[in-house]
Design a protein around this ligand. Structure first.
Ligand SMILES: Cc1cc2nc3c(=O)[nH]c(=O)nc-3n(C[C@H](O)[C@H](O)[C@H](O)COP(=O)(O)OP(=O)(O)OC[C@H]3O[C@@H](n4cnc5c(N)ncnc54)[C@H](O)[C@@H]3O)c2cc1C
Length: 461
């Protein structure tokens, strides 16, 4: 008998799960229906800032990896756009989706919840969106990107970006590229709060050097409007004129459907699952046939086992894959995260992984850190880009538990070496002895990560 898989959310996690399930189970065995409330499926939100900045050849369509037609043709997956799933009934094993033609009721044998995370929207911003105020945007979806591009095209001159996390940084670059004056309003004392200020200073200099105005320690409290259009952002330190405002204030897992269905929502705010992405009930037992993956779930931090939510496409794809393989009868596990992330601003690259000293302190574990300055290629070559690297180790064992770096071309992806070391539980000594590649145009003879590891070893004593 043909079984049915229903997927809620047609992007990274949901469609990875659907595709993997299809690879293992033919169309006669498994019918797959994916409901997506938006107008696109399998699109790269990660590319939106670069599209706004004019860097994406081919426009919006280049950000869409696969259309519903391609899913139907190549994978026999029935993607229904414009369908908002409003109810998940685990007793009846069916969902209700509100579509253009009314409600659709569909039973399932397997269900994947991949609803993602929704943008944090303060009341004043929600009121502006509800009132249709012109000039206020988010940068979450392709229509958001399209609206920002249209506003820039229509002559917006002064932008305020609310939020100094990585999306705020990337949108700031995009708007500077398009010739706008950009002010970043950030509640905390620095941008990119997950990177220590001594390391992120290079990013701040780059942003100021490219003309961005940074207003850290400033809280956005509302919008000033005239004739239905924004004219300024009101902050606790006065008004900042703007004809274009982008909110990049973080996201929260979308868990409403799961919670209403009686699934367990973890303490960190995401849907709780086991490492095969099987959803748990209120008592922590696996709910057979029900999976959750991506930004809507919580994940385990591999260093100290803490559960947390991390909204990143890299995890969503991996978790979706695990759910799909499990549905297909295979064996796969999502082992958790170490908190690796990377971003950039023009030619400055910034990345972090594992735990910072502050996070170690909060975990009650004594740590040692070392910070170095080096270059990403041999220093005698022209314009060798500078890089700052910080490594963090557990004081008692010398085990590397985290790292951060900011630098020019070639710096950012070096975080992967540190992430690998953190994941493998390597010590500073292990890292010093690692056989990394060397050739002058690609690296100094001591890779900057190993220069930092040597200093860390000294600090560990
Ligand atoms: C501007 C930007 C830049 C980013 N850059 C990076 C990056 O460089 N690297 C990185 O790793 N990550 C990045 N991310 C994060 C990454 O895009 C997300 O982590 C990833 O898309 C999560 O995938 P997901 O499938 O879990 O959720 P989503 O991609 O959010 O997909 C969930 C889908 O579910 C749909 N949905 C929700 N509720 C329902 C419902 N009830 N019924 C039907 N459909 C529903 C939504 O419309 C949405 O399409 C970026 C995000 C943004 C916004």
């Amino acid at each position: 008998m043909t079984e049915r898989l229903v997927v809620v959310g047609g992007d990274a996690a949901g469609m990875s799960a659907a595709s993997q399930a299809r690879r293992r189970r033919g169309r006669d065995e498994l019918e797959i229906v994916a409901f997506e409330r938006g107008a696109h499926t399998s699109y790269s939100a990660c590319g939106i800032p670069y599209w706004i900045g004019g860097l994406v050849a081919g426009g919006r369509d280049a950000l869409v990896a696969r259309s519903p037609e391609a899913f139907a043709r190549d994978h026999a997956i029935d993607v229904r756009l414009g369908h908002d799933v409003t109810t998940v009934d685990l007793d009846r094993r069916e969902v209700v989706a509100r579509g253009p033609g009314g409600d659709v009721r569909l039973g399932f044998d397997h269900l994947v919840l991949g609803a993602g995370a929704g943008p944090v929207t303060p009341d004043w911003a929600a009121e502006a969106f509800a009132a249709g105020t012109r000039g206020v945007y988010r940068a979450q979806t392709l229509p958001d990107g399209e609206a920002i591009r249209a506003a820039v095209g229509a002559g917006a001159r002064r932008a305020v970006v609310c939020g100094g996390g990585y999306i705020g940084v990337e949108v700031t670059e995009a708007l500077l590229r398009r010739g706008l004056d950009v002010t970043v309003v950030q509640r905390g004392p620095q941008l990119m709060g997950s990177i220590d200020p001594e390391v992120s200073v290079g990013l701040r200099h780059a942003m100021e050097g490219h003309g961005a105005t940074l207003r850290c320690g400033t809280v956005a409290r509302g919008l000033v409007t005239r004739a239905g259009a924004v004219t300024a952002v009101a902050t606790d330190q006065g008004e900042i004129p703007a004809d274009l405002v982008v909110l990049a204030l973080g996201v929260r897992p979308r868990t409403e459907l799961a919670a209403a269905a009686g699934l367990r929502i973890g303490g960190s705010g995401g849907i709780a699952t086991d490492d095969r992405q099987r959803a748990l009930d209120a008592d922590g037992a696996v709910v057979e046939g029900v999976y959750a993956a991506g930004d809507c779930t919580e994940v385990v931090h591999r260093v100290y086992g803490r559960r947390m939510t991390v909204a990143l496409g890299t995890h969503a794809n991996k978790q979706g894959r695990v759910a799909g393989i499990t549905i297909g009868g295979g064996q796969a596990r999502f082992p958790g995260v170490v908190g690796t992330a990377i971003t950039g601003f023009f030619d400055v690259e910034a990345a972090r992984t594992g735990l910072s000293c502050a996070e170690m302190g909060r975990a009650g574990v004594e740590c040692v850190h070392a910070t170095i300055e080096s270059t990403t290629i041999a220093g005698y070559l022209p314009d060798a880009p500078r890089v700052t690297v910080r490594l963090v180790a557990e004081a008692a064992t010398g085990r590397v538990v985290g790292g951060q770096l900011v630098g020019g071309r070639g710096a950012g992806k070096r975080i992967d070496t540190i992430a690998t070391a953190v994941t493998a539980g390597m010590t500073a000594e292990d890292l010093v002895g690692l056989d990394l590649a060397y050739c002058p145009p690609y690296s100094p003879v001591w890779d900057p990560v190993q220069v930092a590891a040597r200093k860390l070893l000294d600090a560990l004593g």
